[in-house]
Design a protein around this ligand. Structure first.
Ligand code: SME
Length: 157
């Protein structure tokens, strides 16, 4: 694997379509999930310059902070709490255009204005979530959902 991430110029569709095959090669080339989550967080951050990008893993019935890039984050989130805990409970992606409008949103950073959380499945139950935060309102849409669900699938078994 090349050590340099290639980042496309242009719109988010072009960025994701250049990023995704590189993430696939990274994840398929390494068996350790933590190492892969660390590199995927770094590549998402490098490509898009989000506020925060990372993973929470289900450990002993709670979401525990995993590899991420960005500012300090809360370490444990219960099922049904915040955007992450709700995406886990509902086993589906949540796009939040304005975090202030999401009841129970957990503000790890006061700079976060919008967010997307995508579940990762193992044996059909949620084993982790991919969480991305933006400093701007309304950053995430269907394009992000589709591509980030593909990224999440790289971690599914
Ligand atoms: N905002 C999330 C908490 C995690 S941080 O954004 C990194 C939530 O409401 O679940």
């Amino acid at each position: 694997m090349s050590e340099n991430l290639i980042i496309a110029e242009g719109n988010k569709e072009e960025k994701y379509s250049t990023l995704y095959p590189q993430l696939k090669a990274i994840v398929e080339g390494e068996s350790d999930e933590i190492a892969n989550m660390a590199n995927v967080s770094a590549c998402l951050m490098d490509t898009f310059g989000f506020l925060w990008a990372g993973f929470y893993r289900v450990i002993d019935g709670v979401l525990v902070l995993g590899p991420f890039q960005g500012p300090l984050a809360c370490t444990r989130i219960k099922k049904g709490k915040g955007v992450c805990g709700t995406a886990w409970q509902n086993a589906e992606t949540i796009v939040v255009p304005d975090v202030e409008q999401f009841p129970g949103h957990i503000a790890c950073s006061s700079m976060s204005r919008s967010e997307i959380v995508v579940p990762i499945f193992k044996n059909r139950s949620v084993s982790a979530v991919l969480d991305i935060d933006s400093k701007e309102l309304g950053t995430f849409d269907q394009t992000d959902r589709i591509w980030l669900e593909k990224v999440a699938t790289l971690f599914s078994k």
